[in-house]
Design a protein around this ligand. Structure first.
Ligand SMILES: C[S@@+](CC[C@H](N)C(=O)[O-])C[C@H]1O[C@@H](n2cnc3c(N)ncnc32)[C@H](O)[C@@H]1O
Ligand SMILES: [Zn+2]
Length: 181
């Protein structure tokens, strides 16, 4: 039996739906983008036939276009899944809470948006997630998340990013306890 189903949503194109119940913290997908071809944003923009919506940052200013099940997951400002980044290009997706069969599987895109465009620019997406705490305009910049969410998602960032922005994270956590997702 399949764990998931890819189906059309009302507002967000295709999406991934649970084909069975998942328990909180259960592993759902592993995504390894390291073997895919890497492209710059300019190359992706020049190839209109490529699916730019499925481009994922893999580091060093490059993006890979992936058609993995995880690449069909939509964003929600109140997601039921989270992404543990082993490295920028290797990720595992887990259930953030118990999920019932038929629910759409969603993640917070901003939680994994580190060093996009090699740190020289950021995307913005008009959000149709419909959640009560919808941020409406979703930024592709981890550091634009409210501090409470930066703290919540910090444990899932890859070691390279924790190290690179060590001073920034030290300031974020100054005198306060880290959350463990
Ligand atoms: C990685 S793809 C996700 C799968 C996509 N829905 C599809 O049909 O292939 C990312 C794109 O999905 C859409 N999307 C994802 N989450 C959304 C949201 N909360 N609100 C509006 N559009 C969303 C946007 O067009 C975004 O660029
Ligand atoms: Zn939203």
């Amino acid at each position: 039996m399949k764990d998931y189903e890819i189906k059309r949503t009302r507002e967000k194109g295709l999406g991934v739906f649970a084909a069975r119940d998942f328990r909180e913290r259960e592993h759902i997908f592993h995504e390894d983008l390291t073997k895919l071809e890497k492209h710059t944003v300019a190359e992706i923009d020049a190839h209109h036939e490529w699916d730019g919506d499925h481009s994922d940052y893999v580091g060093h200013g490059k993006y890979a276009i992936s058609q993995t099940p995880a690449s069909y997951m939509n964003h929600s400002c109140d997601p039921n899944c989270y992404v543990k980044m082993r490295t920028i290009a290797k990720k595992d997706i887990y259930a953030m809470r118990d999920i019932r069969k038929g629910e759409e599987l969603t993640v917070d895109y901003t939680a994994t948006s580190v060093d996009q465009f090699a740190g020289k620019g950021f995307w913005v997406m008009e959000c149709n997630c419909g959640s009560e705490n919808c941020r409406c305009k979703v930024d592709g910049d981890f550091f634009k998340l409210p501090e409470s969410l930066q703290k919540k998602y910090y444990p899932n960032l890859p070691p390279s990013i924790k190290k690179k922005y060590r001073d920034r994270f030290r300031r974020l956590f100054k005198g306060r306890k880290r959350s463990n997702l």
